[in-house]
Design a protein around this ligand. Structure first.
Ligand SMILES: Cc1cc2nc3c(=O)[nH]c(=O)nc-3n(C[C@H](O)[C@H](O)[C@H](O)COP(=O)(O)O)c2cc1C
Length: 302
């Protein structure tokens, strides 16, 4: 039966399935639930220079078809993260990508440097966090490039830059981070969203605006992947947004992604990678495909 190997440029993956940041815990708690050997890589929850307490509740809400979260990237900070998890990383039976976040450029570089020392296999730069002016880095090509450049000076590891579909045009941010040293991009993080309860007149999230994820954002993420693949065909892409089955993975590959991250689907079906792996192999067999590379960017235009 065909294998599921793929690559992001010169970085090889045993599977196109990636565990998305913030949806597979610190990785350690999830190990008893998820078989990480089914994943090409698993991404840590984003870690900041200092501990971030996260927002007050409510910070998770129904978004009709998808979900809204306004966690505020709660995390223990890099020092405590290294103490708690640093020596457990090798027990994860796949590559570990360390997700870094900060409110300023030096903070990203410091966390990337500490994560590199701790032994992660790649750095993922979470650009969706607000800078000190309250505006997400990911919306600004120059700010995003400044962050990635600083991270690339702080680590020898491969770097993935996680973009936002809220950026217009997203290809401008993709091109800027590529020139600054990103080896691949992750497309994309949650889409900014909000809800208000008509009875209580209260916003669904304490922080008013949060991240919308799940099935409804898949067409948005697919559009982002298509735009970038068209404009910058040589830049490897990890697709992300609303994936819960093998057909969704194939959809992202056809749009131009080389790997696909699964996020919110883990909350409903923690072992979702098992059925995706099985069904992806069946799809390849049914269509006589021997390598996933045959699918990447291979959609048929009308
Ligand atoms: C509860 C929750 C927490 C998240 N935390 C992070 C995070 O810490 N860092 C990050 O880069 N993305 C984070 N994300 C975004 C996901 O990694 C993913 O990019 C997004 O949810 C879109 O994929 P999905 O539609 O499959 O969920 C989080 C998403 C959710 C739902």
């Amino acid at each position: 039966m065909a294998g599921l190997e793929t690559s992001l440029g010169s970085y090889d993956l045993s599977s196109p399935i990636i565990g998305a940041s913030g949806t597979v815990g610190s990785l350690m708690e999830f190990q008893s639930v998820i078989d990480f050997s089914l994943y090409g890589a698993a991404t840590s929850k984003s870690v900041s220079p200092e501990p971030w307490p996260g927002r007050e509740p409510p910070r998770i809400a129904h978004g009709d078809a998808g979900m809204l979260n306004g966690i505020g990237i709660q995390n223990p900070g890099i020092e405590a993260w290294v103490i708690s998890y640093g020596n457990t990383l090798t027990s994860v039976p796949t590559d570990v990508w360390g997700s870094v976040v900060a409110h300023d450029i030096d903070g990203f570089a410091d966390v990337a440097s500490e994560m590199t020392r701790a032994g992660v296999d790649a750095i993922e730069v979470n650009l969706s966090c607000p800078n000190l002016d309250g505006r997400p880095f990911a919306l600004d090509p120059k700010l995003s490039a400044d962050v990635v450049r600083a991270v690339s000076q702080a680590t020898m590891l491969p770097i993935g830059a996680k973009l936002s579909s809220d950026a217009q045009p997203i290809s401008a941010v993709a091109s800027a981070v590529q020139n600054a040293g990103a080896d691949w991009i992750v497309v994309a993080n949650t889409v900014m969203g909000a809800r208000i309860d008509p009875e209580t007149r209260r916003p669904a999230l304490s922080g008013l605006i949060g991240g919308y994820s799940g099935a409804p954002i898949r067409p948005i993420a697919i559009r982002s992947v298509l735009e970038i693949a068209m404009d910058i065909p040589e830049l490897p892409i990890v697709g992300c947004g609303g994936v819960s089955n093998a057909a969704h993975v194939v959809e992202f590959l056809l749009a131009g992604a080389s790997a696909v991250a699964i996020g919110s689907a883990h909350f409903k079906t923690p072992r979702v990678a098992r059925s995706i792996t099985r069904d992806l192999k069946r799809y390849m067999q049914r269509h006589g495909i021997s390598s996933l590379t045959e699918l990447i960017g291979a959609y048929e235009p009308w």
